[in-house]
Design a protein around this ligand. Sequence first.
Ligand code: CP
Length: 308
Amino acid sequence: MDFYDKDLVSIRDLDRAHIEALLDLSEEMIPYARGEKVERMLDGRVLGNLFFEPSTRTKLSFESAACRLGCDVIDVSEISMTSISKGETLADTIRMVDAYCDVIVLRHPHEGAARLAAKFSENPVINAGDGAGSHPTQTLLDLFTMRKSKGSLDGLNVVLVGDLKYGRTVHSLAEALTAFGAKLTLVAPETLQMPDDIYNHLKEKGCNPVKTSVLEDAIDQADVLYVTRIQRERFPDPGEYQKVAGTYKIDNSMLREAKSDMIVMHPLPRVNEIAYEVDSTPHAMYFEQAFNGVPVRMAILRAILRRE
Ligand code: CP
């Protein structure tokens, strides 16, 4: 698989073989992610980490991945600290950062920003989340976590619950899972169901997701319960957020009917969608999932920055 010098803007850029190759490489990266092995395989390369929206996991796991492989990092985490605040366009900003590094990782509040950045950058651009659009590197670490836990990605019964309208992680993940014959159940309040364009894309790919607002009916058959936060910051009207805030809260009593090996995942941050008591059950996979961001992002950086 040749990822060298390529953008990663959408999970649609990757087919099943691409995904499996990156997950295999991620597996190789685990001892490096843990610091058990050290090799500066990206020595002399520079990552430009542009985060124009808050982030803990994506930003820091990209930085950790880069540092552990010997890749230097330049970064921005406040849009107000860039010349965008003086009126510079994103396109000109990207042209500049492109001149200072070898790969750009971009998080931006507007859907389509990463695609625009890729147009103006000579070097590869990795989408680290564009508004309510997509989050392809999160999807790769989600798939990695599922594969590690379940042994295979084929034919999993996956329940996606929460904010399927504004939640970019579930947009990318649902699309990727179609390549593995997943059975998808989409659990959300009616106003936060999966956008039609993505739902139709899933159907075109041969997946026939079940839509419901009742979580309890879906849990007992699930192999994976993927929980998401209601994305308060994306609601144009705070009153609309209040109507759906706290709709779903997973606690131990809800997991009584679950398969013993069902895993609960969450891209994090959580607000109140998963009770803390779930953390100490064997179902809880979300912290391991977040750690997996390091080996997976190592694999992505290595594949893009090194001609193998
Ligand atoms: N999962 C995720 O994107 O988390 P952050 O917003 O903290 O990067």
